[in-house]
Structure formats: C-alpha cells, structure tokens
Ligand binder design. Structure first.
Ligand code: DGL
Length: 266
C-alpha cells in the first residue's frame, strides 16, 4: 500500500475527466492536479513549446512526492512521453494513448475513428500505436481544433457546440466505415453527450478512462493502492479562470479540495 498522491497534468480542464474516472474507480486515491489554463490550448502549438511546458509541469509534480504521474493529455502524450520518462525514471509516468490503443485491439475492433487535436492527429500516434497491437485495424483520423477552446470557455450545452461538431464531423462520419470512436483528447468526454445525440450509433473509447484502468492495474501489480485518503486533493492552475473554478467544482467537486494559482517557468 502507498497513500502518496497521484499527479495529473493537462493543458487545462480536460484532465479533470481522468480525475473523475479515478474518483469513480479508486476513491481512496489522493490527487495533485496541474492544469495549464494560462497556456491552453496546447493542441495547435509546436512540439518544442509543448515539450518545454510539459517538462516544467512534470518536474513540479515529481517534486511533490507523487507515486505516479498521469499525463492526462493526448497532445502531451504524443509529443513528450518518452522524454518525460527518461527525465524521471524514478516515477512511473502513464500516457493516455497506449492504454486506449490496447483496448481497441483487445476488443477485436476492426475499424475505428479517432478525433483529437491537430498535434495529436498529425503525429499519427493513435494509428501507429493501435497497429503495434493489431496491424489489421482500419483507422480514420480527424483533427477538431475548435473543441478545446470552446470547452475551456464552457460552451458545451448549446447550439454553437452542436454546429461545431457537425462542421467537423458530418462528412467524416458519413464517408468512413466505423462505429467506434476514440475520444483522443481528454476534453472530449465533456462533449461526448453532444456527439452522441448527433451520431447515436457511435460508441466511444475514452482515453481519460482507459488510462485510469491502466493505472489501477499497475498500482495493484506494485502493491501501491492507497488504503486511506485523509488528505485534501490539490488542484493547481496557471490561471484561475472562472471556468476552471466552475468546472473543478462541478466535475470533481469536493468542498475540501484546495485550488491554487501556480505559475511555472524555467
Ligand atoms: N486535453 C488535451 C488533450 O488530450 C487538450 C490539448 C489542448 O490543449 O489542445 O490533447
């Protein structure tokens, strides 16, 4: 057993969907979350910038005596996971892509759609990782760069979001042969209900949830599950935007959680 916290990192509020999945699955685990709300979105930035930000934040989390770090961001996973692991060999660092790709292959899925940020889609990380498990799976990829800024603004349950979903996805869904879709960005579970209402036949793989199932197996294997949680979860952000405060309260709402501004630089 190990009651130390798990560190989480995302460019913004998307990573909270992974924290929600953790709370559901392993409620005794204690969380330290960092959302880079001042610099979100990452998904249209250069690899160098994303790596620079990722190093700052993972160094910060690593210094907090965490037992594991979850990169709750597909974009950072795609751009920086190997170098982050090399930099911190002392801590297990999990990315969101591999557990999701493995699930697709294990399910025997023959054909899958993938949506994500520009950087994630351009990197080809999902098709490559899925094919490393099963080369026969057909993949169809689509970047939806406006989803993250809309979610960060709290524009979710309205027609602007629906129009944006249709703008990106109508042709993609109509012209390609898949009925399962990877939500390859941790912000997307927050709009999954909108996507579902427009394309009710699609079933989703959530990268936010798959990484938690992987974390659970690893913690069990290493005998590191927490047995008590008397500590207060901590949520840091580089900008305490209204939406960050509102979404933290709504998604992981726990009145005892500490929410703090923390700016990081080299
Ligand atoms: N949640 C991040 C991801 O999973 C969003 C990246 C962004 O900031 O654009 O890719």
């Amino acid at each position: 057993m190990d009651n130390r916290p798990i560190g989480f990192f995302d460019s913004g509020i998307g990573g909270l969907t992974s924290v929600m999945a953790l709370h559901e699955r392993l409620p005794l685990e204690h969380v330290i979350f960092y959302g880079d709300t001042a610099r979100t979105p990452y998904g249209s930035k250069s690899p160098e910038t994303i790596r620079e930000f990722a190093v700052q934040i993972v160094d910060y989390l690593a210094a907090k005596d965490v037992k594991m770090i979850i990169i709750a961001c597909n974009t950072v996973t795609a751009m920086a996971l190997p170098m982050l692991r090399e930099r911190h060999p002392e801590i297990p660092i999990l990315g969101v892509v591999e557990p999701t790709a493995k699930r697709v292959a294990e399910d025997g899925c023959r054909s899958v759609g993938i949506i994500g940020t520009k950087v994630t889609i351009k990197s080809n990380v999902y098709p490559d990782t899925i094919h490393s498990f099963d080369p026969q799976v057909k993949t169809f990829s689509l970047a939806c760069p406006a989803f993250v800024p809309l979610v960060e603004e709290g524009i979710i349950d309205n027609e602007i979001m629906d129009l944006t979903i249709r703008y990106y996805m109508d042709d993609f869904v109509a012209e390609n042969d898949f009925d399962r879709l990877i939500l390859g960005c941790t912000h997307y579970p927050l709009i999954a209900h909108r996507i579902h209402s427009i394309y009710p036949k699609l079933e989703f793989y959530s990268s936010s949830r798959e990484v938690i199932l992987e974390a659970e197996s690893l913690l069990k294997e290493r005998d590191q599950l927490a047995v008590e949680n008397q500590m207060v979860d901590r949520y840091y952000a580089s900008d305490l935007s209204d939406n960050f405060l509102r979404m933290t309260d709504m998604l992981v709402g726990n009145n005892d959680a500490k929410i703090k501004l923390k700016k990081l630089e080299n």
